[in-house]
Write a protein that binds this ligand. Structure first.
Ligand SMILES: C[S@@+](CC[C@H](N)C(=O)[O-])C[C@H]1O[C@@H](n2cnc3c(N)ncnc32)[C@H](O)[C@@H]1O
Length: 267
């Protein structure tokens, strides 16, 4: 929450998001664009953020609605869309809403949740409520692609609480800020499967000023069968489970990702 009581978890880093090297280079865009092309318009992207996947989807000729709760992420997405040719702009629509409960009044061929927004939901109640909202927006036989990380047991067992690590390649923003990012886990809840995580941005401004920006958030991890049970409870049949975006099957690498392709079941 920000000072005015609104959701602002991504607010302080929204203008950095697209430049972060592991986000910029994340190898999932082609996978989601192919899925959108095969499903056909209209597609719903839940937790669309700055449009990393949404904009290439609209460029590929698919009508797409992007839903996100964070006004500043949506603002960046809107600015990026304004730089696109008119037909691309017309194919994309943005909605500020909470993925736990939304009503858009239209049905989609495909709903996608790229890069783990679902893991911002901390309770089974919120997870089911989100899946129910998504299901209610799918046509008969419509599909959901849910992208989660597969929790590594080694990593969970060996977390060094409070210790900063994971330095990434430095990046430079268009206005000349040089940024190095690190991360740390500040608390773990093994029973609730929630870790409190911080992404820490060390920013060197062109005038020499130094800044330390902290993007702090809790993240819920889900195991494979837990996610499958959730999907079944929410009225989805899993058709594929991939370990990565090259469609390697789950189990072919560890830990890999959990990329579910599920079909809205009848009834
Ligand atoms: C890691 S970003 C992913 C953004 C985008 N899908 C991508 O692939 O780059 C997670 C996004 O989920 C959004 N989010 C988190 N909780 C949400 C909620 N309850 N409802 C809607 N969006 C939410 C955040 O605002 C953020 O934009």
């Amino acid at each position: 929450m920000d000072a005015s009581g609104g959701y602002d978890e991504y607010g302080s880093i929204a203008d950095l998001y697209d430049h972060v090297v592991p986000y910029r280079d994340r190898a999932d865009v082609g996978f989601f664009v192919d899925a959108a092309r095969s499903a056909g318009s209209p597609v719903l992207e839940v937790g669309c953020g700055t449009g990393r996947v949404l904009i290439p989807t609209a460029r590929a000729g698919v009508d797409v609605v992007g839903l996100d709760l964070a006004p500043r992420m949506l603002a960046v997405c809107r600015e990026r869309l304004q730089l696109e040719p008119e037909p691309v702009q017309r194919r994309a629509r943005l909605v500020q809403a909470d993925m736990r409960r939304f009503e858009l009044g239209e049905a989609f061929t495909l709903a996608t949740v790229p890069f783990r927004p679902f893991q911002h939901l901390l309770t089974v109640e919120d997870q089911l409520s989100c899946l129910a909202s998504i299901r209610a927006h799918l046509i008969d036989g419509g599909r959901l692609i849910l992208d989660l990380f597969n929790p590594s047991l080694d990593m969970l067992a060996n977390l060094r609480i409070g210790e900063e690590g994971g330095e990434e390649p430095e990046f430079t923003t268009p206005d000349g800020r040089r940024v190095v990012r690190r991360h740390r886990t500040v608390a773990e809840d093994r029973f609730g499967q929630v870790n409190d995580f911080e992404l820490i941005y060390y920013v060197s401004h062109p005038d020499g000023r130094q800044e330390r920006l902290v993007h702090a958030f809790p993240m819920r991890y889900l195991f494979r069968f837990e996610a499958e049970h959730l999907l079944a409870r929410a009225g989805f049949e899993v058709e594929h489970l991939y370990a990565d975006f090259d469609r390697h099957p789950y189990g072919s690498m560890y830990p890999g990702d959990l990329v579910f392709v599920a079909r809205r079941s009848n009834g």
